[in-house]
Design a protein around this ligand. Structure first.
Ligand SMILES: Nc1nc2c(c(=O)[nH]1)N[C@H]1C(S)=C(S)[C@@H](COP(=O)(O)OP(=O)(O)OC[C@H]3O[C@@H](n4cnc5c(=O)[nH]c(N)nc54)[C@H](O)[C@@H]3O)O[C@H]1N2
Ligand SMILES: Nc1nc2c(c(=O)[nH]1)N[C@H]1C(S)=C(S)[C@@H](COP(=O)(O)OP(=O)(O)OC[C@H]3O[C@@H](n4cnc5c(=O)[nH]c(N)nc54)[C@H](O)[C@@H]3O)O[C@H]1N2
Ligand code: SF4
Ligand SMILES: [Mo]
Length: 692
C-alpha cells in the first residue's frame, strides 16, 4: 500500500514549494511536486527533484559520534544518544560554572527555514539557558533594515502581478537559479511585450534571457540608482504629487541627487552615460515598471544604502501601490510570528550578549571575551563552508579548549572539527510549518517516513538538552504540532489573514494562500513607518548614526594582498571575486550529492578574456585564487560573460579539510547596516597553478 504525504521544501528559497512523497512500508519510493500548490504548479527545481538521493544518501550520518584523536582527524567512535547528551551536559555545566552560560554559542541558520525546526529551535532552549545570542546577519540583514527603514515592512507583490509590468528590472538577482517559480510568470508577461533588464556584473542564467543586460562594477549599484533618480528628476519624469503626499524627506533627497550626475555615475559604475540615460527613460516612461531584487546585491560594504537608493525609484515615479509597479523583494513582513510565544523571553534570563555570525572565526579566536566562547553548538548551518573567512573559522574550530557539537545530516566541513556529532533528520522525517518569503503561502510539512536509524530532529534535540539541563518548562517539551498551534493562535490576534486558520485546516489543505490587505502592497497609500509615509529621509537611521539619506561611498575590501616569495603583490593586479548562488546547490547543501555535483561540473571561475590573457590563463587551466586571507583552486572559464576586472565562482563547494573553497578568500568585514556580510567585496589575486 503506497500512501501520499504532503510536505514543504525547507531550503533557503523564496518559493517554499509543495512536495509529495509516496511511501511504501516506511520507505519513500517516489517524490514529486504538489500539482495543486499555487506557486509550485507541479514542478520542482533541479536541486530538489532528486531529493530521495539526498534523503537516502549512503553517507547520511546515522548515529551519534565522539571524536577520538586530534580535532579534524576524522576518527570517531559511536556512542548512544544518552551518553552524548550526558557528555554535553557535563561539559556545559563545567563551562557555566567557570564562565557563565554566555560562553556557549548556538550557531544555526538556513539548513531548514521551518518555524519549529529552525525558528523555535534556535530560540527557546538557548534563551532559557542564557547562552550567547547569534546576530543573524549572514544573508540579507542590511536589505531588511533598509527596506524597513524606508517602507516600514517587507511587503512584496505576488509573482503573478508581473503580468501588469511593462518593464522589469532584475537587479543583482538571479531568479532562474534562486527563485525559479517567478520565471514562468515573467515569461508569460514577456509574450505580451514586457521588457526585461538585468543588472549584474555576470551574465547569469537570468541575464542570458534579458532584452538588455548591464554589467556594472560590483558595489556601485547605489550610485547607479541615485544617478537614475537624478536623470528622472532632470527630465521631469518624477511624480511631484505622489512624493508630496506619500513621502518624507523629498526636498533633502532631491538635493542629495545633485551629487549623482551621469558623468560621475558612469565613472563609478563603469557603464556608459547613454546606457544610464536610456535605463532612466525606460524605467520612468514605461510604467508600471517593476524592480525585483534579492539579497546577493547587498553583500558588500554599501549594501544597506544600495537598497535604500533602489527603494527611492518607485517612490520618485509614484509607483508604490500600483499593480505591476513597485518593488519585489520579500514577503516576510506580512506574517511575523508572535515574539512572546516564540521566544518565551518573559520566562528566561535576560538575553545573552550578541555575537555576529559573520565574525565567527574572529570570535572563536579571541575577539569575543568576557566570557570567551568555550562551546559551539552548530545545527542547520555549515559555517566552515558557508561563512566568510574560512581560515579564521577553521583555526577557531581547532582550539583544543573549544567544545564543539555539530548536529547534521552529513559529515560537513564543520562537522569534521566537532567533538560530538549528532545525526539529524531530513525534512521527510520531521514535522514543521513553513511560511514563504517570496509568496504568501503557508503550509504544513507532515513527516513522511520514520527517522533514519538514530537521527533526531532539531526540536527533539532541544527537548533532550533541556531535560539534561534540568529545565522542566512545558514550552521546551511540547510536540511540534502543539508549538504550531500555540504560534498560530498567538499570531492570529494581530494578523487578520491568519484568523480562523487552524493546524487541522492546514493539514487537510496542505497549503493555504493567505490574503493580506491590500492585495497590491501599499495600494492604500499607508506605509507602516513612524510617519506613515515612505521615509526617503530616515530619522530612525539618523538616530543610529547612519546616513539618513541614501548615498554611495567608495568602500571596498581592505583585505591585505598575498605575499609571494616574501614580496607583497601589487594592488593593481587584483581582481574582484563575486560568489553568488550555484544552480545545483543551496548554499553548501547538496554539494555532497554526486548527481548534483556532476551536473554542476568542476569547481570553476569565470574570467574575462583580457584578464585571462594578462595572466596567461586559458579555459580549462587550474588557477590559484588567493589573497591575504587564504586561497582556493578553481578551473578557469574564459568568457566575456563577466565584466573585465571581475571574476565569478559560485558559492557552496565543500573544501573537505582545507582543500580550499571560495570562502577561504572572502572577507569577514561587516557592511554598512545590521552587521551585514560582505562576500562580494573580495579582492583576489589569480595565477595559473603551474606557475606555483
Ligand atoms: N540555486 C540556488 N538557489 C538559492 C541559493 C543557492 O545557493 N543556490 N541560495 C539561497 C539564498 S541563501 C539566498 S540569500 C538567495 C539569494 O538570491 P540571489 O540574490 O538571487 O542570489 P545571489 O547569486 O547570491 O546574488 C545574485 C546576483 O548578484 C550578483 N552580484 C554580486 N555582487 C553584485 C553587485 O555589486 N551588483 C550587482 N548588480 N550584482 C551583484 C551576482 O553575480 C549574482 O548573480 O538565493 C537562495 N536560492
Ligand atoms: N561566498 C559566499 N558564501 C555565502 C554566500 C555568498 O553569497 N557567497 N551566501 C551566504 C548566505 S546568503 C547564506 S543564507 C549562508 C547559508 O549558510 P548556512 O546556513 O550555513 O547553509 P548551508 O551551507 O547550506 O548549511 C546548512 C546545513 O544544514 C544542514 N541541515 C539541513 N537541514 C537540517 C536540519 O533539519 N537539522 C540540522 N541539524 N541540520 C540540517 C545541511 O545538511 C547543511 O549542512 O551562506 C552564505 N555563504
Ligand atoms: S529549492 Fe526552491 S524551487 Fe527548489 S523545490 Fe525548494 S522551494 Fe522549490
Ligand atoms: Mo541567504
Amino acid at each position: 500500500m503506497t500512501t501520499k504525504v504532503y510536505g514543504v521544501c525547507p531550503h533557503d528559497c523564496p518559493d517554499a514549494c509543495g512536495l509529495i512523497t509516496e511511501v511504501d512500508n516506511g520507505r519513500a519510493v517516489n517524490f514529486y511536486a504538489d500539482p495543486h500548490h499555487p506557486v509550485t504548479q507541479g514542478w520542482l527545481c533541479a536541486k530538489v527533484r532528486p531529493y530521495l538521493n539526498h534523503v537516502y544518501h549512503p553517507e547520511r550520518l546515522q548515529h551519534p559520534l565522539r571524536r577520538v584523536g586530534p580535532k579534524g582527524g576524522g576518527q570517531w567512535e559511536r556512542l548512544s544518544w544518552d551518553e552524548a547528551v550526558a557528555e554535553i551536559g557535563d561539559r556545559w555545566r563545567a563551562i557555566i560554572a567557570d564562565y557563565g552560560p554566555e560562553a556557549i554559542l548556538p550557531y544555526s541558520y538556513s539548513g531548514t527555514l521551518g518555524l519549529v525546526q529552525m525558528g523555535v529551535s534556535s530560540s527557546r532552549f538557548w534563551n532559557r539557558l542564557g547562552a550567547s545570542q547569534l546576530e543573524r546577519s549572514i544573508c540579507g540583514a542590511a536589505a531588511e533594515m533598509a527596506v524597513e527603514a524606508t517602507l516600514g515592512k517587507r511587503r512584496s507583490p505576488q509573482y503573478a502581478e508581473v503580468s501588469h509590468s511593462r518593464v522589469v528590472i532584475i537587479w543583482g538577482h538571479n531568479p532562474v537559479s534562486t527563485a525559479p517559480h517567478f520565471m514562468p510568470h515573467l515569461a508569460e508577461a514577456r509574450k505580451n511585450g514586457t521588457q526585461l533588464v538585468v543588472i549584474d556584473p555576470r551574465r547569469t542564467r537570468t541575464a542570458k534571457q534579458a532584452d538588455w543586460h548591464l554589467m556594472p562594477q560590483p558595489g556601485s549599484d547605489g550610485a547607479l540608482a541615485l544617478g537614475l533618480a537624478h536623470l528622472i528628476v532632470r527630465e521631469g519624469w518624477h511624480d511631484e504629487t505622489w512624493l508630496a503626499n506619500h513621502t518624507v524627506g523629498w526636498p533633502e533627497l532631491r538635493e542629495r541627487l545633485l551629487d549623482y550626475p551621469p558623468e560621475r555615475v558612469a565613472a563609478i559604475t563603469g557603464l556608459p552615460i547613454d546606457a544610464i540615460e536610456q535605463l532612466a527613460r525606460l524605467y520612468a516612461t514605461h510604467t508600471p515598471s517593476l524592480i525585483k531584487i534579492a539579497d546577493g546585491l547587498q553583500r558588500n560594504p554599501n549594501g544597506g544604502q544600495t537598497v535604500r537608493a533602489i527603494c527611492t525609484l518607485p517612490a520618485i515615479t509614484g509607483q508604490y501601490g500600483r499593480c505591476g509597479g513597485g518593488f519585489m523583494y520579500s514577503t516576510s513582513g506580512y506574517l511575523q510570528w508572535d515574539g512572546t510565544a516564540l521566544h518565551k523571553w518573559a520566562k528566561c534570563p535576560p538575553p545573552g550578549r550578541m555575537v555576529n555570525m559573520n565574525r565567527l572565526g574572529a570570535a572563536l579566536q579571541g575577539e569575543v571575551t568576557d566570557p570567551p566562547i568555550k562551546s559551539l553548538f552548530v545545527f542547520g548551518a555549515n559555517p566552515a563552508t558557508s561563512s566568510p573567512n574560512t581560515a579564521a573559522i577553521v583555526a577557531g574550530l581547532k582550539r583544543e579548549d573549544l567544545f564543539t557539537v555539530v548536529h547534521e545530516l552529513f559529515m560537513t566541513d564543520t562537522a569534521v572539527y566537532a567533538d560530538i556529532v549528532l545525526p539529524a533528520t531530513s525534512q521527510l522525517e520531521q514535522a514543521d510549518l513553513h511560511k514563504a518569503y517570496g509568496t504568501q503561502v503557508l503550509a504544513y510539512n507532515a513527516p513522511a517516513i520514520p527517522p533514519l536509524a538514530e537521527c533526531k530532529s532539531n526540536w527533539e534535540v532541544m527537548g533532550l538538552l533541556a531535560s539534561e539541563m534540568g529545565f522542566t518548562d512545558p514550552w521546551l517539551h511540547q510536540d511540534v504540532d502543539d508549538v504550531i498551534t500555540e504560534l498560530l493562535a498567538a499570531t492570529a490576534v494581530f494578523t487578520p489573514a491568519l484568523e480562523g486558520i487552524t493546524l487541522t485546516q492546514l493539514k487537510a489543505a496542505h497549503s493555504i494562500e493567505l490574503r493580506h490587505e491590500p492585495d497590491v502592497p501599499f495600494a492604500d497609500g499607508r506605509f507602516p513607518t513612524a510617519s506613515g509615509k515612505v521615509e526617503l529621509f530616515s530619522p530612525a537611521l539618523a538616530q543610529m548614526g547612519l546616513d539618513p539619506l541614501p548615498g554611495w561611498t567608495n568602500k571596498q575590501d581592505d583585505g591585505a594582498p598575498p605575499t609571494d616569495n616574501g614580496a607583497q603583490r601589487s594592488a593593481d593586479d587584483s581582481l574582484w571575486l563575486i560568489t553568488g548562488a550555484a544552480h545545483h546547490f543551496v548554499s553548501s547543501t547538496f554539494a555532497g550529492q554526486p548527481d548534483l555535483l556532476a551536473r554542476e561540473g568542476e569547481p570553476f571561475m569565470e574570467i574575462h578574456p583580457a584578464d585571462a590573457a594578462a595572466r596567461g590563463i586559458a579555459t580549462g587551466d587550474w588557477v590559484i585564487v588567493k589573497n591575504g586571507r587564504g586561497a582556493c583552486q578553481l578551473k578557469a572559464v574564459v568568457t566575456d560573460g563577466i565584466r573585465p576586472g571581475v571574476v565569478a565562482s559560485p558559492k557552496g563547494r565543500w573544501g573537505v579539510i582545507e582543500g580550499g573553497h571560495v570562502n577561504y578568500t572572502t572577507s569577514d568585514a561587516l557592511g554598512d547596516m545590521a552587521g551585514q556580510s560582505t562576500y562580494h567585496s573580495n579582492r583576489v589575486w589569480i595565477q595559473k597553478r603551474s606557475e606555483q
